[in-house]
Design a protein around this ligand. Sequence first.
Ligand SMILES: NC(=O)c1ccc[n+]([C@@H]2O[C@H](COP(=O)([O-])OP(=O)(O)OC[C@H]3O[C@@H](n4cnc5c(N)ncnc54)[C@H](O)[C@@H]3O)[C@@H](O)[C@H]2O)c1
Length: 171
Amino acid sequence: MRRQPVKLAIVGGNRGASFVNALFSLSDRIHLTATCDLNEWVLNQWKDKFPEIRTYRDYHEMLKDSSIDAVFILSPMHLHARQSIDALKAGKHVLSEVIAIQSLEEAWELIETVEQSGMKYMMSENYCFSRSNLTVKHMAEQKLFGEITYLEGGYIHDLRHLIHYPDGSLT
Ligand SMILES: NC(=O)c1ccc[n+]([C@@H]2O[C@H](COP(=O)([O-])OP(=O)(O)OC[C@H]3O[C@@H](n4cnc5c(N)ncnc54)[C@H](O)[C@@H]3O)[C@@H](O)[C@H]2O)c1
């Protein structure tokens, strides 16, 4: 039986705009239903691309919308845990940007809420799914490194050009 598309809401429309192409290419599996942001200009940008969606400036108002199955949280990171917990309690599945939590207390509350609500939660660290990282994972699964007893990883992401112009001033 063919599954119904997930009715998704984007929370934090600025970073969320990075996923517009993915939303278009997965349109048979994901129906963008709503976008929530504090910034009216950001909401208008979404309305231009997806005229049929509902827009919200108040996150808790959006959680009352029973037509939404899942939320994708792309708001500033200090909000992720609380917005995730509130969404799970409202019966929505959650995909959250990094980072998931900022304290151990939030971590336990998030885990307990996932268990009690029975909803799905995933932290979407996109680099776990990049080609190079999946290649290394595949090599490990194929035992190319032998039996792994310990490993350390480093993540090199040179963002200097995003932050500084060549003369050193801030972008
Ligand atoms: N995995 C990656 O490669 C990657 C890359 C960039 C950003 N991120 C993550 O994306 C998240 C967002 O990035 P950012 O912090 O640079 O933000 P941003 O500036 O891209 O956008 C945050 C948006 O959230 C909105 N917002 C703020 N408070 C809100 C609220 N209470 N309800 C709804 N919307 C609200 C803002 O108006 C803004 O549009 C961060 O958690 C960051 O870690 C991940």
